[in-house]
Design a protein around this ligand. Structure first.
Ligand SMILES: Nc1ncnc2c1ncn2[C@@H]1O[C@H](COP(=O)(O)OP(=O)(O)O)[C@@H](O)[C@H]1O
Ligand SMILES: [Mg+2]
Length: 186
């Protein structure tokens, strides 16, 4: 369980959240939605502990392990696909299995420079899922993935995260519906 209580967050004069409270239950999937600039990334960064410049309380159990897919891919271009994942997960077998499951079997040893935007996105998702985690935070994870592939990738994420908590940001209500997510509109 992750609990936000009376969160107030501003940048200068701009107040993004004022006394915002919400409880994320274990083993559930949540979709944070809302227009561009409304604070979705900021909220995810607060949940991830990457932003602590706010008033209010974030509570979760001490040993909760978080993993994150950032809005930008943040991959290392001089490494191949597999090395981008095993740099963080020492479990090579699991890393390969997840990459293969995400349709990247043919490019495991390809340099990142050879990949399309959608493939890079899938590497970023694989990297986050290959480590040991309880909560997966994802910022617009499916944004640059081809429409015809998106369902396959969402199915895979659903399978892979079945016993975990997932909190993801999306502009696309169809993604939230497809994943059966609880909506958190900002
Ligand atoms: N580091 C920052 N300094 C000042 N303003 C910021 C900073 N980060 C985000 N903002 C502003 O806060 C608002 C929310 O940003 P963000 O959380 O990225 O929104 P979203 O992800 O919903 O598009 C935007 O208006 C953005 O310009
Ligand atoms: Mg954002």
């Amino acid at each position: 369980m992750m609990k936000l209580e009376n969160i107030t967050k501003s940048y200068g004069e701009t107040i993004l959240f004022h006394n915002f409270s919400y409880t994320f239950e274990d083993n559930c999937i949540y979709a944070i939605t809302g227009p561009s600039g409304c604070g979705k990334t900021t909220l995810l960064r607060i949940l991830a502990g990457l932003d602590s410049d706010y008033a209010g309380q974030l509570t979760y159990s001490k040993d909760l392990k978080l993993s994150m897919v950032f809005q930008e891919d943040r991959l290392l271009n001089h490494l191949n696909v597999l090395d981008n994942v095993t740099l963080f997960s020492k479990d090579q077998k699991k890393s390969m299995a997840i990459l293969e499951h995400l349709g990247l079997k043919e490019v495991l040893f390809s340099p990142l420079s050879k990949l399309s935007g959608g493939m890079r996105r899938r590497v970023a998702i694989a990297r986050a899922m290959a480590i040991d985690y309880d909560v997966l935070l994802m910022d617009e994870p499916f944004s640059s993935i081809d429409e015809n592939l998106k369902r396959t990738i969402m199915d895979m994420v659903k399978q892979e995260t079945a016993a975990k908590q997932v909190i993801f940001v999306t502009h696309n209500p169809a993604e939230a519906t497809y994943l059966n997510a609880t909506l958190l509109p900002l």
